[in-house]
Design a protein around this ligand. Structure first.
Ligand SMILES: Cc1cc2nc3c(=O)[nH]c(=O)nc-3n(C[C@H](O)[C@H](O)[C@H](O)COP(=O)(O)O)c2cc1C
Length: 345
């Protein structure tokens, strides 16, 4: 069956209006609500993969691998993912399973020689054919833990390139972890060679929530993350630069933007989830930005009446697409039992 959720049209270059890198980085959110039936253009998926391929890798390791799947071809593909990602996965037209290949280390020396051949590496920097040939492949020198770390960091960079490309082209994405069982399933399902390490699944599609996800998410204070000269000496944030970057849209307004609770609950209804799935707590500003108020408090529950008042216009939303709410552990267990999926799967 050919996927209907993917379109083959290729635009003319002048018809594409990508966001620039700064704005795309600023606008990126983990998108958890997708237009389930809106096809994604295949060229955009290819663009994401092309961008992933261009990411830097340690010593030209090039171990990134990805398997692209289309939900309508593989309607049960979301079974392979852990509970908190279940409904996201049921909505997204495209899923990309990201892996790295430890076997790529075998040809890393050759890839470095290739950089010498093509003039990226030169003699002035100390590059020498025999020296490289002696050092590589790295598995002869380095413990597995280090090799996995290098490969995982490289994969992360490749994924981020793909994500920024997606945002720049109007798509939403969210990375998703997988439980141990899902990991085993993925290995069998995709026929992954033993040298492949599956890491993350990326949902891709057009956002059904606002593309800004109801505002930028909180982050710890800049000065606690970045330093000048030594740790403890914060890199001072210049407010004029903050202002400039706001204008350039790298820094965007913090969530929750007005109407976010209503938006989440409208989507909950639109996707056929019952009242018990309505978000019934008060939203408020992130506390992460300000260490003085940072405190892990339980969100304040809205009374039934207050919730009803807040989402009065959500009541009559027509169900457009039915999600299976398996996110609760007991529902997931029941679903898996019905489908004959064993706890070890
Ligand atoms: C490696 C990785 C795994 C993630 N796994 C999940 C996941 O399983 N489910 C989910 O809803 N979000 C997942 N996320 C999204 C993060 O929760 C999100 O990036 C973080 O809360 C910051 O929000 P933002 O991406 O919207 O800025 C993951 C993100 C990363 C980078």
């Amino acid at each position: 069956m050919a996927a209907k959720l993917i379109s083959d049209e290729i635009p003319k270059p002048e018809e594409v209006k990508p966001l620039n890198a700064l704005e795309a980085i600023g606008l990126r959110r983990s998108i958890r609500w997708y237009e389930p039936n809106k096809p994604v253009e295949k060229w955009k998926i290819q663009a994401m993969l092309e961008a992933a391929r261009m990411a830097p890798t340690a010593g030209n390791y090039n171990g990134t691998r990805a398997i692209v799947c289309y939900r309508d071809e593989d309607p049960d593909i979301w079974e392979y993912i852990s509970d908190w990602s279940q409904i996201t996965t049921q909505m997204a037209p495209v899923l990309i399973f990201w892996c790295y290949d430890m076997a790529a280390y075998d040809t890393q020396g050759q890839q470095l020689h290739d950089l010498m051949r093509t003039g990226a590496l030169d003699k002035a920097h100390g590059w020498d054919y025999d020296r490289v040939a002696k050092m590589f492949p790295l598995p002869a020198l380095l413990p597995d833990m280090i090799l996995h770390r290098i490969a995982a960091i490289d994969l992360g960079k490749a994924i981020e390139n793909a994500i920024i490309t997606a945002v720049s082209l109007g798509l939403g994405t969210c990375l998703n972890g997988a439980s141990g069982g899902a990991r085993r399933n993925v290995k069998k399902y995709f026929n992954l060679p033993d040298t492949y390490v599956f890491c993350w699944m990326l949902t891709v599609g057009y956002p059904a929530e606002s593309i800004d996800g109801g505002g930028a998410r909180g982050r710890p204070p800049f000065e606690t993350m970045f330093f000048e000269r030594k740790v403890g000496n914060p890199f001072q944030r210049d407010e004029r630069v903050v202002e400039l970057l706001k204008q350039l849209k790298l820094i965007q307004p913090q969530g929750p933007l007005p109407g976010r609770l209503e938006e989440i609950n409208r989507l909950t209804k639109r996707f056929g989830l019952g009242d018990e799935w309505l978000t019934d707590w008060e939203l408020g500003p992130s506390q992460l930005n300000d260490l003085r108020v940072l405190k892990d408090t339980r969100p304040k529950l809205l009374s039934k009446e207050e919730l009803e008042r807040r989402i009065a216009d959500v009541k009559d939303v027509t169900v457009e697409y039915q999600l299976k709410p398996t996110v609760k552990r007991e529902e997931l267990d029941r679903y898996r039992k019905e489908r004959g999926i064993s706890p070890e799967d």
